[in-house]
Design a protein around this ligand. Structure first.
Ligand SMILES: [Fe+2]
Ligand SMILES: [Fe+2]
Length: 181
């Protein structure tokens, strides 16, 4: 839609207007959408499953840590669970914006998710499992960001924002672990 050669920037606004009108039913997905929509929706739904599994794991750990009187760690797990829920919501919202349907089905959740649901035997184990899960999320989101490139900037930005939080989560878990060893 835009031609860039040297300093000139030419944009065919008439064509953009025409396309916008003709394909109105596609909502936010316009003619210049550069990614493969089906692939992006699959990536988003896999990420949604990942976030849901992370919510469940942190919730389990929160209540178990509370049970063994580790209030500070339990509170950290709860805070992370809430943030993972926020990620799941933003991802679901983006799926709908792209004309897809968020997959919340419990069947197959484990297979769709990148990270695992590990209960952990004790507090140190729980922290380790969360650190591992965060590291998996970091690597898979980084790959997704690389794939999206400038083909779908909005989805890429969403993953970039989430990635930054997962890095903080991993750092929090690494700190907790260091304090116990
Ligand atoms: Fe997350
Ligand atoms: Fe996280």
């Amino acid at each position: 839609m835009a031609n860039q050669s040297g300093d000139t920037f030419v944009m065919d606004v008439e064509k953009i207007r025409e396309d916008a009108r003709r394909h109105m039913s596609d909502g936010a997905v316009t003619q210049t959408y550069g990614a493969d929509l089906e692939t992006v929706l699959k990536l988003l739904n896999d990420a949604l499953a990942t976030e849901i599994v992370c919510v469940l794991r942190y919730k389990r750990h929160h209540f178990m840590a509370k049970g063994i009187n580790s209030e500070a760690v339990a509170a950290e797990f709860a805070a992370h669970a809430a943030e993972e829920q926020g990620h799941a919501d933003s991802i679901a919202e983006r799926i709908v914006q792209l004309g897809g349907e968020p997959d919340f089905a419990p069947d197959g959740l484990k297979t769709r998710a990148h990270s695992e649901y590990k209960e952990g035997e004790n507090l140190t184990d729980m922290i380790k499992e969360n650190l591992i899960a965060e590291r998996i999320a970091i690597d898979t989101y980084r790959e997704i960001i690389r794939y999206l490139g400038d083909k779908d900037v909005t989805t890429r930005r969403l993953f970039e924002d989430i990635l930054a939080v997962e890095e903080e989560h991993a750092d929090d878990m690494a700190d907790l672990l260091a304090g116990r060893e």
